[in-house]
Design a protein around this ligand. Structure first.
Ligand code: SF4
Ligand code: SF4
Ligand code: FES
Length: 257
């Protein structure tokens, strides 16, 4: 990580400074005073850190900002996403923007949706102790142990379903005593599910073929040649599907359906 002041968040926080009492927090062991309403991410920037790694969407989606922290006198390691967790006085924290997890390489065209595939790619899967530490570490409140159990049974659909909200932050993996990389097993499961198990979306296949045949080429070229004002006009006048529209709804202009 490189450290430097970050303008926008510093200014936002400075505005709050006059209104709020500051609270102490410890970032990688060093004491700072920050406004208590800030998230860990903004507090780090307020303290002068520039987040080159460990910061992406700022909205709890990308999973880049996995953070561990502890309160004085507590044995318990707490976890959270830095962009979603508000600071607490005296918390000791650090981010784990990257965790060196196992990552298997496979050709999705050449594998099958079976337990053998999962175990071959991640043999450590069978070391799971069912301790539930992963579930307790997950900031997305995912039943991680349960999706690992589904993987151990070869239940690809359940694995895909239970892990769907995973943001791949790596916090579960960082705590697992069996050294399993849960989220990479989960993404293999979701790929297998999408490729082999989920019902095929026939309309998607036919649409992709039409795109390949060039159905939209002319329209896209015309759009690219349209000036900005006309584009805004087209956008503002576009037909929008009504919020309460039923499944049979179609636009009046069916040229590109
Ligand atoms: S932390 Fe590891 S060993 Fe424990 S339940 Fe989760 S996957 Fe299994
Ligand atoms: S399952 Fe693991 S990697 Fe996915 S969000 Fe939860 S803790 Fe993060
Ligand atoms: S920055 Fe993307 S989840 Fe926090």
């Amino acid at each position: 990580m490189r450290y430097a002041l970050v303008g926008r968040f510093k200014m936002e926080a400075e505005e709050k400074k006059g209104k709020e009492e500051l609270v102490p927090i410890f970032i990688m062991g060093k004491r700072y005073e920050v406004p208590p309403s800030l998230t860990i991410q903004k507090a780090m920037e307020y303290a002068g850190y520039q987040l080159i790694r460990g910061c992406g969407c700022r909205g709890g989606i990308c999973g880049a900002c996995g953070t561990v922290y502890r309160y004085p006198g507590s044995y318990k390691i707490e976890v959270g996403l830095a962009c979603q967790t508000v600071v607490q006085p005296n918390m000791y924290l650090t981010q784990i923007p990257f965790f060196p997890a196992t990552k298997s390489i496979y050709d999705i065209e050449k594998i099958k949706p079976t337990i053998e595939t999962l175990v071959k790619a991640y043999p450590e899967l069978l070391r799971c102790l069912q301790c539930n530490t992963c579930t307790k570490s997950c900031p997305m409140e995912i039943e991680v142990m349960d999706y690992i159990a589904a993987a151990m049974r070869g239940d690809i659909a359940r694995l895909a379903e239970l892990s769907f909200d995973c943001v791949m932050c790596g916090l579960c993996t960082s705590r697992c005593p069996a050294e399993i990389c849960q989220y990479n097993i989960a993404i293999l499961g979701r790929r297998l599910y999408g490729k082999y198990v989920a019902p095929k979306a026939e309309h998607l296949t036919s649409m992709a073929k039409e795109i390949e045949k060039g159905k939209y080429e002319q329209m896209l070229r015309e759009l690219m040649d349209t000036n900005e004002e006309s584009l805004k006009d087209l956008y503002n006048k576009r037909e929008i599907e009504p919020e309460q529209g039923d499944e049979e709804w179609t636009p009046k202009d069916k040229t590109y359906l």
